[in-house]
Design a protein around this ligand. Structure first.
Ligand SMILES: Nc1ncnc2c1ncn2[C@@H]1O[C@H](COP(=O)(O)OP(=O)(O)OP(=O)(O)O)[C@@H](O)[C@H]1O
Length: 399
């Protein structure tokens, strides 16, 4: 017999839900096991830490305690503990102290650290000193000893870690990075993001809120969504990996220009794009991609049905866009192998390669992408804001 406060209660674990009810069948507590963070036991007392979702999409940690004799408590503890699978036990935490308003370390110490400690997560915390350091760390880091990577910073830090991790996984699997026909091998290791950056777009898409505590709780629950990764090649070289959105044209220019004014902090995104817009000009663009057929099933990646998504008006007369579907005939493969370094550049008109910019990497499942598409595209109404902006979300695959 268990005791909840002054009441005698029955505890049942059924269909992934723990229910605490009185003998008159009044349910006092009902918690999904997937929302439990941790179970603690002290002589005769069992405490459950769990997560509650509020209406504004933030998560809050709650606890409740039960009392019983030693054997009953031990049995319940073992039953619950065995069901708490997939919670991370060991994490690599990368903090960018210069992200956003330079509050990365503060956010980590104030919000994340105590929650990680409470859940007994083993941590390897690295405060980065410069750009590219996360990539270098991931080149040689022993990934077998961690259950995930956590970034404390903005979208850029996540992007860099995602690139570093995906490259490492390809290299470990002997996939040639520069081979644009190779299937990307999924990474089993998730990347969690604790927002402390300028825009934190990814986190807002994923969690519906920019709340850092919510992000930490999602990480501790082991929640994850599938990631969409695309490789971007220039001729025979890998430029970068990206996910969700690749932008070029005015969008690329704006992001590129913003990078030069990083010292301005988040406000650069409000000011610099105005200058980029004034400098804008039209150019021809040709998008080439591998069409996805229903029968096509790569061994290493999951396909999400849609391969390319273009904003409304993408095919407008004004854009002078040629859109071409590429089939893998032998003549095409021959052509591909003869493309030179400037292949990618020339396809996008007379722009220099540095103008091609991929931003907003994200991990999503297809349902979320569809739900969020409209809101994302609506920020860039065609013909009003920047009529020559083309965004390509090419082949979606990974995890
Ligand atoms: N200590 C550091 N100093 C400067 N740059 C760093 C440092 N650590 C990491 N970086 C790099 O800075 C870039 C931007 O980082 P981050 O996204 O965290 O900041 P941000 O201000 O939100 O920028 P963005 O708006 O690009 O997302 C990333 O490429 C990241 O790897």
């Amino acid at each position: 017999m268990f005791h909840f406060g002054h009441k005698s209660v029955d505890v049942s674990l059924c269909d992934g839900v723990m229910t605490v009810a009185t003998s008159e069948n009044d349910i006092l507590v009902s918690i999904e096991i997937r929302r439990m963070l941790k179970v603690n036991i002290t002589c005769g007392n069992l405490t459950v830490y769990y997560v509650e979702k509020k209406k504004n999409k933030t998560l809050n940690m709650r606890t409740f305690s039960l009392e019983a004799d030693f054997e009953d408590i031990q049995k319940l503890y073992r039953d619950l503990d065995s069901k708490l699978k997939g919670r991370p036990k060991s994490l690599l935490v990368l903090i960018n102290p210069n992200a956003g308003k330079k509050k990365g370390i503060k956010v980590y110490k104030k919000i994340a650290d105590s929650l990680f400690q409470l859940c007994g997560v083993k941590l390897d915390i690295i405060v980065t000193n410069r750009q590219n350091e996360p990539t270098e760390i991931l080149k040689s880091y022993d990934l077998s000893k961690i259950d995930g990577i956590v970034t404390v910073g903005g979208d850029g830090l996540y992007c860099e870690c995602m690139n570093g991790l995906v490259k490492r996984v390809q290299q470990d699997n002997k996939i040639q990075l520069d081979n644009h026909n190779a299937d990307i091998v999924s990474s089993a290791l998730p990347i969690g993001i604790i927002p402390a950056g300028s825009g934190d777009v990814i986190v807002q898409y994923l969690h519906g809120t920019r709340c850092a505590r919510t992000a930490v709780l999602h990480i501790l629950l082991g929640s994850h969504v599938d990631s969409n990764i695309v490789s971007v090649h220039a001729g025979r070289h890998l430029l970068s990996y990206s996910a969700l959105v690749l932008g070029f044209g005015l969008f690329g220019n704006m992001m590129h220009d913003c990078e030069k004014f990083r010292w301005m902090g988040p406000s650069r995104y409000n000011i610099i794009p105005l200058g980029s817009m004034l400098k804008r000009r039209e150019f021809n663009v040709e998008v080439e991609y591998n069409p996805l057929t229903q029968n096509e099933k790569p061994k290493t990646a999951r396909l999400y049905g849609r391969q390319i998504s273009l904003p409304n008006g993408f095919l407008s007369q004004r854009s002078k866009l040629q859109r071409k579907q590429r089939t893998k005939s032998s003549s095409d493969l021959q052509k591909e192998s003869s493309v030179n370094e400037d292949h990618f550049v020339s396809r996008f008109g007379k722009r220099r390669r540095k103008d091609i910019c991929s931003r907003f990497p994200c991990y999503y499942d297809e349902r979320k992408i569809r739900e969020n598409d409209a809101s994302f595209w609506s920020k860039f109404p065609d013909g009003v804001y920047h009529p020559q902006m083309y965004i390509v979300r090419p082949r979606v695959s990974a995890n």
